[in-house]
Unconditional design. Structure first.
Length: 303
């Protein structure tokens, strides 16, 4: 890895790690799905020139877009509202074991005892964190509910990852453009169907904070972060890039504790170590297999 590649990787992890803090602050001002809808609309507008219609794969792209552009963010952003930023960053890593399990069921992948142990560790780690309830996290936090919602988002993202594996005609930036467009439509439908008081919440919100958060989420989290991720995948082995994204979780936890005062006691430490160890091992084993196939359409559980 060159100094330039290392710098891009560290910047990507920093952007994505801090994004959990941005989301947490933003969903305290606006309804989570409303905020997500605004964010995805901006991404869709920026990425519109890259929309390409590919015959024979559009139904697949629509289904994947619902998972990777709408439902995953509806679950995840709602989960961040009830969980702490640190808990959210750890729980979203369940995408990896979920995706591995689904790949066995639908893509005929095979896993050995080592990856099974890693998956088990990750799930038990999240359970330990969820059982901690609201220890020291404040009156508006509901850790079990937040973890359940984020786990739902991780599962939906894993389903989308399985679907997009079959979309071989699309380039990464084209996928991002379609997922943003489909996701924006889905999120607007969800937020106006399930939420209310959007105007009042926006009127009472801190406007500079909301504008900054939306710009950070759309440009930093989506466009710059994903562009950097695929740029690295084009130049480095998957086994180097993918496990390194775990650094994102560590950065998010650090910022959550330092900037937001997230509680990080023995239960959180034990659960986090189990999740990161389990997910890290599964990622390493998965990516070593993928290096042989050199995939270029790996969406990942990224904010």
């Amino acid at each position: 890895m060159s100094a330039r590649e290392l710098g891009v990787l560290l910047a990507m992890c920093l952007i994505w790690g801090f994004h959990f803090i941005v989301i947490k602050v933003a969903v305290a001002e606006l309804q989570p799905m409303f905020y997500a809808a605004i964010r995805m609309t901006l991404v869709a507008a920026i990425m519109a020139p890259f929309l390409r219609w590919r015959e024979g794969e559009m139904r697949l792209i629509f289904a994947a877009g619902i998972c990777l552009g709408a439902l995953n963010y509806a679950f995840m952003f709602s989960g961040v509202k009830y969980a702490t930023a640190s808990v959210a960053a750890i729980a979203i890593e369940l995408h990896v074991p979920f995706a591995t399990i689904l790949s066995v069921m639908f893509l005929k992948d095979r896993i050995g005892i080592r990856r099974i142990i890693g998956i088990t560790f990750a799930f038990f780690g999240v359970v330990i964190i969820a059982l901690g309830k609201n220890e020291g996290a404040g009156p508006d936090v509901n850790i079990p509910l937040g973890v359940a919602l984020i786990a739902g988002g991780a599962f939906v993202e894993a389903v989308g990852a399985v679907l997009v594996k079959k979309a071989t005609k699309f380039k990464p930036h084209e996928l991002l453009a379609w997922f943003a467009l489909i996701g924006a439509g889905g999120l607007w439908l969800l937020t106006f169907s399930l939420d209310s008081g959007h105007g009042a919440a926006f009127a009472a919100s801190d406007k500079p904070l909301i504008v900054g958060a939306i710009l950070y989420s759309a440009i930093g989290g989506s466009i710059i972060g994903h562009t950097a991720y695929y740029w690295l995948l084009q130049r480095l082995p998957v086994s180097v890039v993918t496990p390194s994204v775990l650094l994102t979780t560590l950065i998010a936890v650090f910022f959550g504790v330092v900037l937001l005062g997230d509680p990080f006691g023995p239960r959180m430490i034990a659960g986090a170590l189990m999740v990161l160890a389990g997910v890290g091992f599964v990622l390493l084993r998965n990516s070593r297999k993928q290096d042989i196939k050199a995939p270029m359409h790996e969406p990942g559980a990224l904010p």
